[in-house]
Ligand binder design. Structure first.
Ligand code: ATR
Length: 280
């Protein structure tokens, strides 16, 4: 596995992304662009790992001198379990997307939530302070982003999910930091400033069955998924004249920038990389 990494140049720091599948991943292109922009001597490669081979792959990476890896589906929970030290954000997220190997430790972080928050704040000028936030879904993707959203101190956070008990479980995970409200989809009856779709419904071009009343002319709709076309959720928002509709491509670039910062202590500029990916 890690033998695929070119060890001939020992001066080049080695990174990669681990997943299954992995061939579709945009992370190598993003990190290579960041490395070029910030003039870092590093390489970053995709690694396809068998579903039961994650722990062995990590051991191989460490013994091959790899400095860190991003982790994607289906290994984020396994990465959380294998980490010897976790950031608070990763601890609460129950999942890790960025591993760093240093001095015998495996540091686990989760940059997905900061990626979403930074995208909204820096690229769209959205200020969370005083805003009402509706989060649709209560799976791993939502758990991964709630911590950084809470840090932004919005006026309220409501989690709505098809299975209400899962929303209530998430509420408990974050109860020490924030008082989250929960709801079934059909019980929603007010407008929200920000509506984040964290359900996996979009993957099947489906829409979570939420009442139209949640969308006002000022509402920002954020689909954590991205695609070449406008996502089903964002099409729905546009038909209702929502204030703005944003997909998850910016979040992808921003979470990568945060991972890059963790590894290299340099924060790359993201606009150019985002624009290039969008145009492809
Ligand atoms: P992920 O890692 O992408 O978050 P997950 O943990 O399986 O995947 O969570 C998927 C989320 O999408 C859940 O909140 C799920 O709702 P349930 O908890 O009721 O299963 C939600 N979801 C999936 N398909 C959906 C659909 N068609 N309509 C509404 N919600 C859907």
């Amino acid at each position: 596995m890690a033998g695929l990494i070119d060890m001939s140049n020992t001066n080049v720091a080695k990174y990669g992304v681990v997943g299954n599948p992995i061939s579709h991943s945009k992370s190598p292109a993003i990190h290579q662009a960041f490395a070029l922009q910030t003039q870092q001597d590093m390489c970053y490669k995709p690694f396809l790992v068998s579903v039961d081979g994650f722990e062995q792959a990590i051991a191989d990476f460490i013994s091959s001198g790899v400095s860190g890896v991003n982790v994607t589906v289906p290994f984020k929970e396994k990465a959380w379990a294998i980490a010897t030290k976790l950031s608070k954000c990763a601890e609460l997220a129950g999942a890790v997307n960025t591993l760093s190997f240093k001095d015998g430790d495996i540091f686990g972080d989760n940059t997905d939530g900061l990626g979403l928050v930074n995208d909204l704040k820096n690229n769209y000028g959205f200020d969370f302070e005083g805003k009402t936030v509706l989060v649709l879904g209560a799976g791993g993707a939502v758990r991964g982003v709630l911590g950084p959203i809470i840090q932004e101190n919005p006026a309220s956070i409501t989690i709505a999910n098809r299975t209400l008990s899962k929303a209530e479980q998430l509420k408990q995970v974050f109860a020490k930091d924030y008082s989250i409200s929960t709801s079934g989809f059909s019980d929603l009856d007010t407008r929200f400033d920000l509506i984040i779709n964290g359900t996996s419904a979009s993957l099947n071009n489906e829409l979570p069955p939420i009442p139209e009343v949640v969308v006002g002319s000022h509402s920002v709709l954020y689909d954590m998924m991205y695609s070449n076309q406008t996502t089903t959720f964002n099409q729905w928002g546009q038909a209702l004249n929502a204030g703005n509709t944003i997909d998850g491509l910016g979040m992808l670039v921003e979470q990568a920038a945060e991972a890059f910062y963790i590894w290299r202590a340099i924060r790359p500029a993201t606009h150019e990389v985002f624009a290039k990916l969008r145009s492809q």
